[in-house]
Design a protein around this ligand. Structure first.
Ligand SMILES: NC(=O)c1ccc[n+]([C@@H]2O[C@H](COP(=O)([O-])OP(=O)(O)OC[C@H]3O[C@@H](n4cnc5c(N)ncnc54)[C@H](O)[C@@H]3O)[C@@H](O)[C@H]2O)c1
Length: 295
C-alpha cells in the first residue's frame, strides 16, 4: 500500500495524515470543508515543527513529509488510485454510511476501507458496501502522532488477510496494533467509558469531590490523568454518545449514562472544548481549576 486517502481533516484526520506522510506514504487528505483542510495543513506543519525542535525529525524529513500531502474537497478525486482509505469524518452514523456507499463506488475494487470510528459498528458500515471483507476499524488514539495504540477492529465479515495486512501496516507506522472483534465500544471504550461514568456517579452521589476522585485514580492507580479530567478532554458529549451506544448495544442498565453527565451536555458544558466541564479552562493557561459549579 502506497497511496492513502484520509477522509476528514479534523483532530484525528490531521494526525493520521501526519503519521502516514512521515512514513513516506502519498496522502490525499479529503474534507468537505476547504477551511478545515487549510487548518489541518497548518496544524500538521506546527506539530512537525515541534518534532523538529525536539530532535525527533530533521527539517528535510519534515519538508518531504509535508510534500507527501495533497488536499481535496472532492471525495471522488481524493480517492482515485488509492490503496487504503482511513475515514475520520464526523462521528455520525448517517455521515459514515453515506461516505462508505460513495467510497465503494469511487475507489478501486482492491482498496481497503478503514474507519477510525470510536463507537459505530464496523459490521454495520461494511454492510452498505459490496466489499464487507475489506472494511475494517483502525481506531487511532488522540494525539495520533504521539499515541502508540491502534485498535484494529475486525468486523463480522472482515477477511483474515485484510486484518493481517492492516496489523502489519500499523506496525510499519511505529504503532502497536491490537486486534479486537466488533462489539459495542470495542475494547478501549467499553472499559474506559464505564469507568468515566462511574467517576461521574461518584461525584453525583457526593462520595467525593472532583479533586479527590481524580487524585485517587492518578496516585492510586497510576493513571496519568484523572477520569473527570480525561472526560473533559475527550468531550462530555462524546462520552455521552459512546455510553448510549453501549447502553443500547448491550441492553444492559449498567451502561446507563449518569444524569449529571446528561445535564452537563444538555446545558452546553462539554469540557475543554467549550471552556468548562468538571474543570474551567482559560486559553493559554495550563492550570487545572475546578469549575465553580462544583465548589
Ligand atoms: N477526537 C478523538 O479523541 C477521537 C479519538 C478516536 C477516534 N475518534 C473518531 O475519529 C473520527 C473523527 O473525529 P474528530 O474528533 O477528528 O472529528 P472533528 O470534528 O475534529 O473532524 C471531523 C472532520 O470531518 C469533516 N467531515 C464531515 N463530514 C464529511 C464528509 N462527508 N466528507 C469529508 N469530510 C467530512 C468535517 O468537516 C471535519 O473537518 C470520529 O469518527 C471519531 O469518533 C475521535
Amino acid at each position: 500500500m502506497k497511496n492513502i486517502s484520509v477522509i476528514g481533516s479534523g483532530t484525528m484526520g490531521n494526525g493520521i495524515a501526519h503519521v502516514f506522510a512521515l512514513f513516506g506514504y502519498s496522502v490525499s487528505l479529503v474534507d468537505i470543508s476547504g477551511p478545515a483542510l487549510e487548518k489541518a495543513l497548518n496544524t500538521i506543519q506546527k506539530n512537525m515543527d515541534r518534532q523538529v525542535s525536539k530532535g525527533l525529525l530533521t527539517e528535510d524529513e519534515k519538508s518531504a513529509a509535508v510534500e507527501n500531502i495533497k488536499i481535496y474537497t472532492s471525495l471522488e478525486e481524493g480517492v482515485q488510485n488509492t490503496d487504503l482509505v482511513v475515514e475520520a469524518a464526523t462521528e455520525n452514523l448517517e455521515v459514515k454510511l453515506e461516505l462508505f456507499r460513495n467510497l465503494d463506488k469511487f475507489t478501486p475494487e482492491s482498496c481497503v476501507l478503514a474507519t477510525n470510528t470510536s463507537s459505530i459498528s464496523i459490521t454495520k458500515i461494511a454492510a452498505v458496501t459490496n466489499r464487507a471483507d475489506k472494511v475494517i476499524g483502525m481506531h487511532f488514539m488522540n494525539p495520533v502522532p504521539v499515541m502508540k495504540l491502534v485498535e484494529v477492529i475486525r468486523g463480522y465479515a472482515t477477511s483474515e488477510k485484510v486484518t493481517k495486512d492492516i496489523m502489519e501496516l500499523s506496525r510499519g507506522l511505529a504503532k502497536v496494533p491490537v486486534e479486537v472483534n466488533d462489539y459495542p465500544g470495542f475494547v478501549a471504550n467499553r472499559i474506559l467509558m464505564p469507568m468515566i461514568n462511574e467517576a461521574i456517579y461518584t461525584l453525583y452521589e457526593g462520595v467525593a469531590g472532583i479533586e479527590e476522585i481524580d487524585t485517587v485514580m492518578k496516585l492510586g492507580m497510576a493513571h496519568p490523568m484523572g477520569p473527570l479530567q480525561l472526560a473533559d478532554f475527550i468531550g462530555l458529549d462524546v462520552c455521552l454518545s459512546i455510553l448510549r451506544v453501549l447502553h443500547e448495544g448491550f441492553g444492559n442498565p449498567k451502561y446507563a449514562p449518569c444524569p449529571l453527565l446528561v445535564n452537563m451536555v444538555e446545558a452546553g458544558y462539554k469540557g475543554a472544548k467549550t471552556g468548562e466541564g468538571f474543570y474551567k479552562y482559560t486559553p493559554g493557561s495550563k492550570e487545572l481549576v475546578i469549575s465553580e459549579r462544583f465548589k
